[in-house]
Design a protein around this ligand. Structure first.
Ligand SMILES: [Zn+2]
Length: 241
């Protein structure tokens, strides 16, 4: 293969690699996954917020239950003393009865809020439940999408690898300084570093040459290489499609 033909084919392979890279970056599943991750993030925040409320309610419930159980223990102790046959002074008995009565009030003061706390916890659980189902669904969807992305990326990567191999073979046929020029122009000019002269027009910038410039280019021994005076790309003269 002629060096300039190799250069033009190198340009083709590079465009294909660029296209595949773009295809890989813009996979529809990547966009969908990003959306799901956003939804999951919001949902996770909502769930953590609800769980924090629940933890707080549970803590309060436990604290009240602990107090209630200590009050009930104290009542039991006092009652066992009240009904024991051991002699107790009337004064003592009255004091104990008074304390028991006060403690019973405390029991009812503590019981209602505990019930209320339990109801509140139940309510929070009812709110959390559909959120966790949705969370599971979203996680499942994201895993499914990730699998699809991995599969597509693997296929594209294999194709890119093949193109890179072909690319290396082509580069070996071209003068290294020409490859360097091509590479720097390609990077600077939107992925196209070399173009052909077709029907008096540069295929890179699509601008027609002046009569004088065209005469000069046509006087070159084909296939020849020059630069497009308009876009600066390498210009191959005398190779048709
Ligand atoms: Zn041009």
């Amino acid at each position: 293969m002629d060096e300039l033909e190799a250069l033009l084919e190198l340009q083709q392979r590079d465009l294909e690699i660029q296209q595949l890279q773009f295809q890989k970056d813009s996979l529809i599943q990547k966009h969908q996954l990003l959306e799901i991750k956003k939804q999951l993030e919001i949902l996770n925040q909502k769930i953590s917020h609800k769980k924090a409320i629940r933890d707080d309610l549970v803590k309060k419930q436990k604290f009240s239950e602990l107090e209630l159980s200590s009050v009930e223990d104290r009542i039991k102790t006092l009652e066992s003393r009240l009904y024991s046959p051991a002699s107790n002074s009337t004064k003592n008995l009255q004091a104990m009865e008074k304390e028991v009565s006060q403690l019973r009030h405390r029991v009812s003061d503590l019981s209602d809020p505990i019930l209320e706390l339990m109801e509140n916890i139940e309510q929070v659980d009812v709110e959390i439940s559909p959120m966790t189902s949705q969370q599971e669904q979203l996680l499942e969807m994201s895993q499914h999408l990730q699998t699809e992305i991995d599969k597509s990326e693997q296929q594209i990567n294999e194709h890119i690898d093949q193109l890179h191999e072909k690319r290396d073979e082509l580069v070996a046929l071209i003068n290294p300084s020409l490859v360097t020029t091509y590479e720097s122009l390609r990077k600077r000019l939107g992925g196209i570093g070399v173009a052909r002269l077709v029907h008096g027009t540069c295929e890179g910038c699509r601008i027609s040459f002046s009569r004088n410039e065209l005469d000069r280019l046509h006087r070159m021994e084909p296939p020849a290489i020059d630069h497009c005076e308009q876009c600066g790309r390498l210009l191959v003269i005398g190779i048709d499609k």
